[in-house]
Design a protein around this ligand. Structure first.
Ligand code: OGA
Ligand code: NI
Length: 350
């Protein structure tokens, strides 16, 4: 069955028996989701980038395609990325196993401290808006793998090995894509690599429709990611939606491809040429869904304001110079879930 944008939670009582984590959290974000007048187009418009070609003799052509996709769509799919299928399947299996563990095992990782190395975020009810956000996610640092591995779950026993292998492979894709993105902006190939530091993973678990007394169930509400880019790997259950041309579009999973999208930091660094992608996830009534988001972020002192080369008479700086630390600290203060949190760093107040 095709996923629906709004799920009347009362119509679909809990079927995924293992997922009873309590929904006690209050909404940490203040944005109202953009639900009215939603017009979801079918998929079919996802730009597809061939990574093998990027590393071959037609590199400059593929870089143009990447630049165009970042500018016009804010996202693209990458095929032939080189992450072995086995590592992807192991990662997805491990993710499912983790979220099928009994509550007490998973809830050990629950934390409201965004600075903790690892934390489990459960679904929550936003009673003011009558919305239940059903996503459960395990979020943790993962680069370099050896530095963080010992703090990851040891249950299921495959967790550390499978997640470590997947993360290391994704890192390679990340670096190659960031090099191409730098070049697409006319910057030195290593412009972004030079400021790149860590890698943060969110294992997202969307239970098949769960019971809630609230009207609407969401997977994850409309947001942008506070990253340079995000690399999202989805299982075969659709759920991701993005805003393109002022319309919501489904980005259905393509076999063996990952989705790359522009985050807030790239929006600032590119002087607003590449816009941070607004996206959300919806729930599926029949099937649980798993996705693995890999967010990459710069070092604390990195300047993430517009690259000097991208600022000139015809292109005034949209943002001031600011560091990632300043952005990160403000992010928890302003409690905004979209790239509007960058407005604090605008060069001129509008
Ligand atoms: C995220 C996210 C979407 C999805 O983890 O930031 O937007 O489809 N995930 O799971
Ligand atoms: Ni996201």
């Amino acid at each position: 069955m095709a996923p629906t944008i709004l799920q009347q939670a009362g119509d679909h009582l809990a079927s995924a028996g293992a997922n009873k984590a309590p929904y006690t959290y209050t909404d940490p974000l203040s944005e109202v989701p953009t639900l009215s007048g939603v017009d979801v187009s079918a998929d079919g418009t996802t730009p597809i980038i061939d990574m093998e070609a990027l590393l071959g003799p037609h590199r400059s052509e593929i870089i143009k395609q990447i630049g165009l996709a970042c500018e016009k769509n804010g996202f693209f799919a990458v095929k032939n990325h080189g992450i072995p299928e086995m590592k992807i399947n192991n990662m997805l299996d491990t993710a499912r196993e983790f979220f099928h563990l009994p509550d007490e095992e998973r809830l050990k990782f629950r934390s409201t401290d965004p600075n903790s190395v690892i934390r489990l975020v459960t679904g929550f009810q936003d009673k003011t808006r009558n919305i239940f956000v059903s996503r459960q996610s395990l979020k943790f640092h993962s680069h370099p793998v050896e530095e963080y591995k010992s703090q990851w779950p040891s249950n299921p026993p495959s967790f550390r090995e499978n997640v470590g292998e997947y993360s290391a492979s994704v890192r390679e894709v990340e670096v190659a894509i960031l090099e191409a993105i730098s070049e697409s902006l006319g910057l030195e190939r290593d412009y972004i690599d030079k400021i790149l530091k860590g890698h943060y993973v969110s294992i997202n678990y969307y239970p098949a429709c769960q019971e809630s007394e609230l009207d609407v169930t969401y997977g994850v509400r409309t947001h942008t990611d506070p990253t340079i880019i995000t690399i999202l790997m989805q299982d075969d259950v659709p759920g991701l939606q993005v805003i393109n041309d002022d319309k919501w579009k489904n980005v259905n999973p393509l076999p063996n491809a990952v989705v790359v999208h522009v985050g807030d930091i790239l929006q600032a660094l590119s002087n607003y040429r590449y816009k941070s992608l607004l996206h959300q996830a919806i729930v599926n009534c029949e099937k649980e869904r798993v996705s693995i988001a890999s967010y990459c972020y710069p070092s604390d002192d990195a300047m993430i304001g517009p690259a000097k080369k991208l600022v000139g008479k015809d292109h005034p700086a949209i943002y001031k110079d600011f560091t990632y630390r300043e952005f990160y600290e403000s992010m928890w203060r302003v409690k905004c879930s979209t790239a509007k949190r960058l407005d604090l760093f605008k060069a001129r107040a509008d």
